[in-house]
Ligand binder design. Structure first.
Ligand code: SF4
Length: 314
């Protein structure tokens, strides 16, 4: 029988997601609907549905946006070819790429311009990986696992660097980097690591509370990389963990023999979903609620330049 809830802190929205969602909301307020959005603005079904109700139209590619219309690019970033296609169609673009993803794009360009081979640690098919790889498609080799790192064969090793997706598991990435450093002792990396502060902090917060919980519920959507990594962090340390979009997905079987339930939320999950899950447990008689703060956060990003310019003239 569940007796207590332990909330992880920090959890939920990061500065990049908050900025991306604000960007679509501001664009709707300034120009009115429809505002097209290429891909999910952030990887959360609730956020996407809510914005759809307010007049955002989500499309898979820039080719699906009517000629000359206004389109927002998602927080995950896009490849330069997407900007070229959008320009060719006369689209009015607003780029909501997270500044921390944009930093990795700049690093990829920096190394590629100097004829480096780049090993990019990330997950194939993720939009962030597609965007970053698109900055230097001929120079980048994707590595997804320790096994990949053991096999990867760059065309040359004198000028070699590695970069990482922003939302990976710290533990798994450390293992991969260890293998790369052992195989290629001269491999370079940016001075500041690419796994972002929000990913790092949410994983730290989960690790800090694992000793006092029997089960971890991670609120986030199935395509959210950082949310999946929070599940991995708990499971790799022997604590059962499940990813849920909301309280309707909680299964009674998970709660058998569970006294303490930990709750966290991925960087793209709004706090309202946390409140809904907490109230689901409250209605079932769970009385104790504790918050465990591993680190405090105070990060925010300004809206994209296109919206700042609009604000300045209106
Ligand atoms: Fe930016 Fe990190 Fe949030 Fe991704 S998870 S949008 S990199 S702050």
């Amino acid at each position: 029988m569940v007796k207590r809830i332990v909330l992880a802190s920090p959890r939920g929205y990061c500065a990049g997601v908050a900025r991306a969602v604000d960007t679509v909301e501001e664009a709707l307020a300034v120009w009115g609907p429809p505002i097209y959005v290429r891909k999910q603005i952030v990887h959360n079904v609730h956020v996407v549905r809510d914005l759809e109700c307010r007049g955002a139209i989500f499309v898979d590619t820039e080719e699906d946006v009517p000629l000359g219309a206004r389109v927002v690019f998602s927080a995950h970033g896009v490849a330069p070819t997407v900007h070229e296609h959008a320009q060719a169609r006369g689209l009015q673009t607003i780029d909501a790429v997270c500044p921390l993803v944009a930093k990795v794009h700049a690093e990829a360009r920096h190394y590629a311009e100097r004829d480096y081979s780049i090993i990019f640690i990330g997950h194939a098919g993720h939009e962030e990986v597609e965007g970053t790889t698109g900055e230097a498609p001929d120079a980048i080799l994707l590595v997804e696992s320790v096994e990949d790192a053991e096999r990867v064969a760059p065309p040359q090793t004198e000028r070699l660097a590695y970069l990482t997706q922003t939302t990976l598991s710290l533990d798994e990435t450390d293992e991969i980097v260890e293998v790369l450093r052992a195989r290629f002792p001269g491999i370079e990396s940016p001075k500041r690591e690419d796994i972002c502060y929000a990913t790092t902090n949410r994983q730290r917060a989960v690790k800090a509370m694992l000793g006092e919980i029997d089960l971890l519920l991670v609120i986030g959507s199935a395509n959210s990389s950082n949310s999946n990594r929070l599940v991995d962090v708990a499971r790799s340390r022997g604590v059962a963990a499940y990813l849920i979009d909301d309280e309707s997905e909680i299964e009674d079987g998970w709660l058998a023999n569970v006294e303490s339930v930990g709750i966290t939320a991925g960087a793209s999950a709004p706090e309202v979903l946390v409140r809904r899950v907490v109230s689901w447990f409250r209605k079932r008689g769970v009385g104790e609620l504790h918050t465990r703060t591993a680190v405090s956060e105070d990060v925010s990003f300004r809206l994209p330049a296109e919206l700042q310019r609009q604000a300045a003239v209106s």
